[in-house]
Design a protein around this ligand. Structure first.
Ligand code: GUN
Ligand code: ZN
Length: 436
């Protein structure tokens, strides 16, 4: 059993939109011990000394949060992160597809999966919805590496049977066989769950989309992940390929791919009817701000999502995105929304990357907050790294009552705006500290 001492911060509900006052949704337990049992579950929190039965991890003066949940990221794309000079479709052709081809080799896939998951943990992310590549061995390697680390990973072999280099194409029959084998082996094994993984409408034939929809119906509990309405050229190409569909999103709807466990990255170029469809099906948009800025894709309209009432989570989308750090992702999300005239609060941002994501994925009984009975996927953070952040934090702390909700908001907002993976001190997965 372990006890971790820190300022414990999590959410018991969704905070109000764009308010520095989180109302009753924020739970801050300053200088508490978080108690974790031998099964890696959170037992509770207390100010009293936990006694000799617990191994103590004393991080007093630091912040402890639930591990971040990245709802859209590509494992093989660490190799092409920060590639210059291309919009989405060019970027896929010039950088991404060549890099993904190397994952046909089991050795490359195994080394890449380990590197990727260790990097996630080093950035304070303990759970993720992940694209490997089209290759079954790449999905196998990712699931195996996640199981070794005890991590909560949602993933699946990427489906793509057209409009990509031949070495990255599957076909409907072979893809279905691979998916069935992977589902039988990995879905529900340890903390792995399977996601039917359609790359996007351009790289799947209608027959493959139909197969993907049927897979989801055949195996209750499967997730679905894909991309939608990221880039205007992409949207035009989808309209040409699927003239019968009302919209890009409708292509997926027609094939039965929208439901409560569907995660669609981007959703920048949607209309009101699309947003209503997301709300009515329970599907979520993974907002990927650093990717949207880097690839010049556009500015996601979070306010419209709130007005319509569909789910939004936050994601790095590495390698289109430029950092695995969810702190950086939150800071970029704030800036993208600022360009749209909306000032998102720190609580909404942090909630979306923790409890909000867990709820949207149907996993709030396991992760996303520090409630008793959940698994201790938690991360300890320094408030400040470097002279500028330290000074800014000292100014925030000097406020008359730094625990008063608005002053606390000022401090936490400065932390998430200035912080990154260098602020991370320790990552725990189901109560086990992950080195380094
Ligand atoms: N659309 C289809 N594939 C991809 C990908 O790998 N990254 C991003 N950002 N968009 C995509
Ligand atoms: Zn993506």
């Amino acid at each position: 059993m372990i006890a971790i001492r820190a300022d414990l911060l999590d959410f018991t509900a969704a905070p109000p939109w764009c308010s520095a006052d989180a109302g009753g949704a924020l739970r801050l337990r300053a200088d508490h011990w978080l108690l974790v049992d031998d099964a890696g579950r959170i037992v509770g929190a207390q100010t009293d000394d936990p006694g000799p039965d617990y191994e103590r991890h004393d991080h007093r003066g630091r912040l402890l949060l639930p591990g971040f949940i990245d709802t859209h990221v590509h494992a093989p794309q660490l190799e092409v992160i920060a590639s210059h000079g291309a919009g989405l479709l060019d970027w896929l052709e010039r950088y991404t597809f060549p890099a993904e081809q190397r994952y046909a080799d089991p050795e490359v896939a195994a080394v890449g999966a380990a590197r990727f998951l260790d990097a996630l943990l080093a950035h304070g992310t303990t759970a993720a919805v992940v694209f490997p590549t089209v290759h079954r061995v790449a999905a196998e390697a990712l699931f195996a590496a996640a199981a070794e680390r005890g991590m909560r990973i949602i993933a699946g072999k990427v489906l793509m049977d057209r409009h990509a280099p031949p070495a990255l194409l599957d076909d409907v029959i072979e893809a279905e066989r691979d998916c069935e084998a992977l589902i039988a082996r990995w879905h529900g094994r340890g903390r792995n769950r399977y996601a039917v993984t359609v790359r996007f409408a351009i790289t799947s034939t209608p027959a493959q989309l139909a197969m993907a929809g049927a897979l989801g119906r055949r195996h209750p509990g499967l997730y679905m992940q894909t991309h939608v309405a990221e880039n205007r050229d992409e949207v035009r190409e989808v309209a040409a390929l699927y003239p019968e569909a009302r919209s890009y999103l409708d292509v997926y709807h027609r094939h039965g791919l929208l439901h409560e466990r569907a995660v669609l990255a981007h959703g920048i170029w949607l209309d009101e009817r699309d947003r209503a469809l997301l709300r009515d099906t329970g599907a979520q948009i993974a907002f990927c701000p650093s990717s949207n800025l880097f690839l010049g894709s556009g500015l996601f309209d979070w306010q419209a999502a709130v007005d319509t009432g569909h789910r939004v989570t936050l994601a790095s989308d590495v390698g289109g995105g430029t950092s695995l750090s969810m702190l950086r992702t939150l800071a970029e999300a704030y800036k993208v929304q600022a360009l749209r005239g909306t000032r998102v609060d720190a609580w909404t941002l942090l909630h979306a990357a923790t409890r909000g994501a867990a709820e949207s994925l149907g996993l709030a009984d396991e992760i996303g907050h520090l409630g008793a009975g959940t698994l201790a996927d938690v991360v300890v953070w320094d408030w400040a790294v470097g002279a500028v952040a330290a000074h800014r934090d000292a100014v925030a702390r000097a406020a008359a009552d730094p625990m008063e909700p608005r002053q606390l908001h000022a401090r936490v907002f400065a932390w998430l705006t200035l912080g990154d993976e260098r602020n991370r001190v320790a990552t725990y997965v189901a109560g086990r500290r992950h080195a380094p």
